[in-house]
Each structure stands twice: as C-alpha cells, then as structure tokens.
Write a protein that binds this ligand. Structure first.
Ligand SMILES: NC(=O)c1ccc[n+]([C@@H]2O[C@H](COP(=O)([O-])OP(=O)(O)OC[C@H]3O[C@@H](n4cnc5c(N)ncnc54)[C@H](O)[C@@H]3O)[C@@H](O)[C@H]2O)c1
Length: 387
C-alpha cells in the first residue's frame, strides 16, 4: 500500500458508470501519478457525464481526467481500442462474470465489484482464469481496507490474540423501496440477491480475513419483512469456521436508510475486538484481559507504516486503498489484499447460506457443486404473523 509515485503508469477503464463508480473515479483522481483513467464505458450514453458531475471533481483533477478519457457504449470496443492494464467492473452483479471474463481474456487486471459473481462455480472459474493468465483480481471488499484491519489480521495470524472463541457480524444497511425501484436488477434473485448477497457478502469476507480462517458450514434463515423486492431483506444465521469458532450473522436492508451500521466482534482468548461503522463514523476497540484498549497502539503503528494522509484517504474512501493495493500487486507481482480467492469464497458462503435456508439444514462449505441462486424463487419469504 505504498503511496509513493512510480514511473510505471498504468492505463485504467471503468465499465459501468452508476452509483458505486463515483467511489472509483474519486480514488483514481488521487492516483494520477500512477494510473491514467483512459475510458468510461456505459450502455447509457449519458452515464459517463453524470458520473463526472456526480463525483464533483474540480480544477486540475477534472481537467486531467477529461484530457485522457474517452467514452464508450460497448466495452469490447474499449478493450480493443485502449488495451487497459486495469478495468474496474461496476456493472450490475448479474453481469460481473461475463464482463470480468472478457476483460481477463483481453489481458487486463480487474477490480471487480462485490459480489464476485452470482455463482459459486463461475466465481471460482474467474479466479482460476486470472491465475492461468497471470492477471490480478481485486475485489470491492472495502472492509479489508479499513484502517488497522490488516494489522489485526497479521496479529491474529501470528497468534497474538490466542484462540478465537466466537464472532458476530451485523450489517444493518437500510434501503427504501425507491432504491430497489431505481434499476430493474436490484433485489432480484438472478442479478442481485438480497441483503446477504449484496450488502453482507463483504462483511462475511472480513470475518474470515480477521480470523484467518474459512467457513466450513452454515445454518441460516431469511425473510422479507418490509421491502418491495424479490429476494430477502433480512437474513440471520450462524457459520462455523475452520478454526472451530462460531459466527452469528445479521444482514438486513429493512432498517432506516439514515442509520447505516456495520459492526464486527471477535471474542479471542487475549482480546475482544470490536470494529464498527455507524452513520459513516468508525470506531475501534481492541480490549485486552485487563480492559486496556489497544486501538491507539494499532492506529499509531498503521500511521507509522502508511502515513497519516493514506489513513485519512482510505477512511474517507476505502476504494482508494483497493487501487493502491492493486497497483502494487501488479507492479510488484503479488496478490492484492482482497484477492480473487476471497471473492469466490465469500460468494460460496452466501450461496451455502441460501442453500441451508432452502433445504432447512446445515450446509457444509465450500459447496461441492453449483447452487443456482434462482432456486430461491421457490422459497416462501413473505410470512404472515400466523405462520
Ligand atoms: N463495494 C461497494 O461498496 C459497493 C457499493 C455499491 C455497489 N457495489 C456493487 O457495484 C455494482 C454496481 O452497483 P451500482 O449500485 O453502481 O449499480 P448501478 O445500477 O447504479 O450502475 C450500474 C451501471 O452499469 C451500467 N451498465 C449496465 N450494463 C452495462 C454494460 N453491458 N456495459 C457497460 N455498462 C453497463 C448501467 O447503465 C449503470 O450505469 C454491483 O455489483 C454492486 O453490488 C459495490
């Protein structure tokens, strides 16, 4: 995550100029010493200019981007014209697989938004394709890039916190019905999934990353209580991890949109770790057995390693951290922090969860075969109080 300017400038393109692409262009506008944004692609001809105005870029940042960037309606035209080193894929989730595959085959490294794809087998296939092509996949798993998270991961791996007892993850990321009505793909089983696949998938990934482990089974329940959408707005379940720890999960979009919350708790032998984001404000506590909060020690270490300006930049926009990391992964030939393997394992966790709901039984992970998310259409999500 070095922030030093490099001679090796890479060419980047963004495919899909909707809501999340604003985070990408803002991150890229701070990285013009390393990455040149050469193309914006969207099937909607107005989307690139909406993106530029939505990102509120001004002055030198805006003129730099405008001077290097071309707009395209078709991503294949862009790939053959530009030959980008990095493509950010920010199209609807149901399209991730095809676009990502085409970009990898065209020789690009990709920053693929979460969830990696809507299928466990296709996600794994993308990971294997990137490996065989010698290309990098970075996932839009923003939580891995929150300040100090990677230091906690390192210390957990080194055994500093001792045995992990259990964990708990809460994602209360409320959206109104209007959000689901904005685009036809939102909230559908085929192209988006529900609160678990869209909003909770990268939080599940974070628990694995923090605990240095992978899920071995899951037992879940889902319902649709408030939102007008095809998939679930509420999911509750329990994962068992390879280290023996249980982890409870709550993922919902049925709460108020003005009170977003994502919180992570790990109960380990030598410390209780709490990381929370509420209404955009982060909080950390890493309490040892004597009740001492070690969070400041970690913050100091993080600033010493990466600098205060990097900390502020990733705290404001974790996508900046993903781009810095992907740049480094490409130029120094290593894996990004949120790599392709984390992408397919987190999709596998979500689909295993859905499978356990459908079959009403604990499901072993990783899944041994494809679970078709559209099978969830037969599940009765809308229960009356008498059920
Ligand atoms: N990591 C995060 O924090 C985060 C946050 C929000 C969304 N996401 C993910 O990002 C993805 C996009 O979400 P969004 O909310 O920005 O969606 P969106 O609907 O706002 O934007 C998608 C854009 O893709 C365009 N598009 C569709 N088909 C295309 C094609 N063939 N070629 C080029 N452009 C095409 C659409 O016209 C639209 O502008 C989803 O997978 C979502 O899960 C990630």
């Amino acid at each position: 995550m070095s922030t030093k300017p490099q001679e090796n400038k890479l060419k980047a393109a963004i495919i899909g100029c909707g809501r999340v692409s604003i985070k990408h262009i803002k991150a890229l506008s701070k990285l013009s010493d390393r990455i040149t944004l050469c193309a914006l692609v969207d099937t909607n001809p107005d989307a690139p200019s909406h993106l530029l105005s939505g990102a509120k870029l001004k002055g030198k940042k805006l003129s730099e981007i405008k001077s290097t960037m071309k707009s395209y309606l078709n991503y294949q035209d862009m790939l053959s014209d530009i030959h980008p080193d990095i493509v950010a894929i920010t199209v609807p989730s149901g399209m991730h697989y095809q676009v990502a595959k085409d970009c990898l085959l065209a020789g690009a490294n990709i920053l693929l938004e979460k969830p990696m794809t809507m299928s466990n087998t296709l996600s794994k296939e993308l990971y294997e394709l990137a490996e065989s092509q010698g290309r990098k996949i970075a996932l839009g798993h923003i939580y891995r890039y929150f300040p100090i998270v990677n230091l906690l991961h390192e210390d957990m791996a080194a055994g500093t916190f001792g045995k992990v007892g259990h964990g708990s993850v809460i994602v209360r990321w409320g959206h109104e019905d209007e959000y689901y009505k904005q685009a036809a793909w939102r909230g559908t089983w085929k192209s988006d999934g529900g609160a678990l696949m869209n909003q909770t998938v990268h939080a599940l990934d974070l628990m694995c990353y923090l605990m240095n482990t992978e899920a071995v089974s899951v037992n879940g329940m889902i319902a649709n209580r408030f939102r007008e959408m095809e998939a679930e707005d509420t999911a509750l379940g329990v994962f068992t991890f390879g280290n023996g720890a249980l982890c409870q999960v709550e993922g919902t979009t049925a709460t108020f949109p003005n009170d977003h919350e994502a919180s992570f708790f790990i109960n380990a032998e030598k410390a209780c770790i709490r990381i929370a984001l509420r209404k955009g404000k982060p909080s950390y506590s890493i309490n040892n057995a004597k009740g001492k909060n070690l969070a400041f020690k970690y913050l100091r270490k993080y600033i010493k390693r990466y600098g205060l300006s990097y900390l502020i930049a990733v705290a404001k926009n974790p996508h900046y951290g993903i781009y810095c990391d992907l740049y480094q992964a490409i130029t120094e030939k290593k894996q990004p922090i949120a790599d392709g393997r984390s992408g397919y394992l987190s999709v596998d966790m979500v689909l295993g969860f859905y499978k356990s709901v459908l079959l009403k039984t604990e499901t072993n992970l990783p899944l041994q075969e494809e679970f078709n998310i559209e099978d969830m259409k037969s599940y009765p999500l809308h229960r009356s109080g008498k059920d």
